[in-house]
Design a protein around this ligand. Structure first.
Ligand SMILES: O=C([O-])CC(=O)C(=O)O
Length: 210
């Protein structure tokens, strides 16, 4: 694994293994889902806190983001007003932003799918957000029931989104990688020989919990 960067290592890991490594305490609420099944992200958070129904601060965040950042947007669970549509998403994509995680909704889903830009959100709506201003970029936020700081590591895939607090990523990657090796060995043991090995595996596990 020495040759891979931490981004590459975490990108290669399923969120489920990362959740096992973190203890599952920093997984976003399951309502925040990828808008296409193949969407996958792994990178640093840049946080955005929006006033209810507003979205102008998303532009400020796009202008401040570094390449490969993931915008993590606290829209307070508002499902009536979009934090972005295909135009704003195109701006983000054009500047090398990796994806959005939104405790709220976006719009123009068909065009966004065509852009193949990964978004994890509560879903979609038709109405644009208000543009009166307000909101903050880079402050601690609460998204999907989890506190997120700028610089925390975010990984998202078909199962959902996990947060790794900044500084924990090496330890969590190592632990998740080890878990995968262990799970593979367990699967091999249980499934190698049909019913016989399945029964033997179940017997062993159930006995350890007696
Ligand atoms: O203007 C907005 O609020 C979002 C929008 O429609 C777009 O980005 O295309």
């Amino acid at each position: 694994m020495e040759d891979l960067t931490i981004n590459e290592r975490l990108f290669a890991l399923p969120t489920t293994a990362i959740s096992d490594a973190t203890g599952g305490h920093t997984n976003l609420n399951a309502r925040i889902k990828p808008l296409a099944e193949h969407f996958k992200i792994a990178g640093r958070a840049l946080t955005v806190r929006l006033p209810d129904g507003e979205n102008r601060a998303v532009l400020e965040a796009i202008s401040k983001a570094k390449k490969e950042d993931i915008l993590v947007i606290d829209a307070k669970g508002n499902t009536n007003r979009a934090v972005a549509g295909d135009f704003v998403i195109s701006l983000a994509r054009g500047l090398g932003i990796q994806g959005f995680v939104v405790d709220g909704v976006i719009r123009d889903l068909a065009a966004i799918k065509a852009l193949d830009f990964p978004i994890f959100s509560l879903g979609t709506t038709v109405a644009a957000g208000f543009k009166n201003g307000g909101g903050e970029v880079g402050v601690p936020i609460s998204v999907g029931g989890v506190t997120v700081h700028t610089g925390d590591f975010i990984v998202g895939d078909i199962d959902g989104v996990v947060v790794i607090p900044q500084g924990e990523e090496e330890r969590i990657a190592e632990s998740a990688e080890a878990k995968i090796v262990k799970d593979e060995a367990r699967e091999k043991e249980a499934l190698s020989n049909g019913e016989e090995s399945i029964r033997a595996y179940l017997k062993k596990v159930l006995n350890t919990f007696k």
